[in-house]
Write a protein that binds this ligand. Structure first.
Ligand SMILES: Nc1ncnc2c1ncn2[C@@H]1O[C@H](COP(=O)(O)OP(=O)(O)OP(=O)(O)O)[C@@H](O)[C@H]1O
Ligand SMILES: [Mg+2]
Length: 252
């Protein structure tokens, strides 16, 4: 569904993403895990045509991002890290606007939107978006993206701001759409989410993909022998273990 080959993005002299190769398959939830500043958001922006890579190639649904960007954008869904929404619209006006710009204002889409809102307990569509909390915006953004049934869905830190119930519903919804043949790419710092939600996981650190595989494959790579958790491996790979000595040395 998505193939990125050796994509690189620099901000000035700093390399944010370094020759990254990654693919997302039909029917899977791919989790992109990494510490702050690792390059997760930069990667998602490149895969969704928001940022152009300095080099490398991106293919989405068999189309090249270089020359079919608009068609790709029609077929994918993106839930950004901090949804920027039109604050002076009410929730239902926003959903209606999205339906219009995607040419999807059908009874079927409206019905689907209503059902997703019901599942997420979105009962605030009459209020202005400017009065929403982060989690309320996030849920509306997810609902207005899922209602379009995108073939590939990208979510940047989707569970930040969601309560336990909403996070669980999101998990179930994502599993349902991949079971129906879509593909999902999500970023997270939350190891538990990666572990519980994702079929394959890629770990990125300082712009470089340092490990990739199913949770079992990744755990098998850890130096620890028993009861390895994804956290152990993540800390091993991103070098946090060595920081413990540093922290111990901080004076009280
Ligand atoms: N617009 C920008 N201009 C300059 N540097 C940037 C810009 N956006 C990101 N960076 C830098 O690129 C690197 C990767 O940032 P990115 O936002 O992709 O990380 P991230 O993995 O999403 O982090 P987080 O987990 O905190 O969201 C960081 O060093 C960041 O400072
Ligand atoms: Mg980010």
């Amino acid at each position: 569904m998505v193939i990125a080959e050796e994509i690189t993005k620099r901000y000035g002299k700093m390399i944010a993403v370094d020759s990254l190769t990654v693919s997302i398959r039909k029917g899977e939830i791919y989790g992109f895990l990494g510490p702050n500043g690792a390059g997760k958001t930069t990667t998602i922006k490149m895969l969704t045509g928001i940022l152009r890579p300095d080099s490398g190639k991106i293919m989405v649904l068999g189309m090249d991002m270089k020359d079919q960007e608009l068609e790709i954008k029609r077929r994918i869904g993106v839930v950004p890290e901090e949804p920027k929404m039109y604050e002076n619209l009410r929730g239902h006006e926003f959903a209606s606007f999205i339906m219009e710009i995607y040419g999807a204002k059908t009874e079927e889409t409206k019905k689907r939107f209503g059902e997703i809102c019901q599942a997420f307990q979105i009962d605030y569509l009459d209020r202005f978006i400017s009065d929403y909390s982060h989690g309320m915006k996030q849920k509306l953004m997810v609902a207005s993206t899922l209602m379009r049934q995108p073939s590939v869905l990208f979510l940047d830190e989707p569970t930040v701001g969601l309560d336990a119930r909403s996070a669980k519903i999101l998990k179930l919804l994502l599993r349902r759409i991949v079971d129906n043949g879509a593909a999902v790419f999500l970023t997270t710092h939350v190891l538990e989410i990666a572990e519980k939600m994702c079929d394959r996981i890629g770990i990125i650190d300082k712009g470089v993909l340092i490990a990739e595989g199913t949770i079992h494959e990744l755990k098998a790579r850890s130096k620890k022998e028993d009861n390895v958790t994804l956290e152990d491996l993540f800390l091993e790979l991103t070098g946090v273990e060595e920081l413990r000595t540093l922290i111990d040395q901080i004076g009280d």
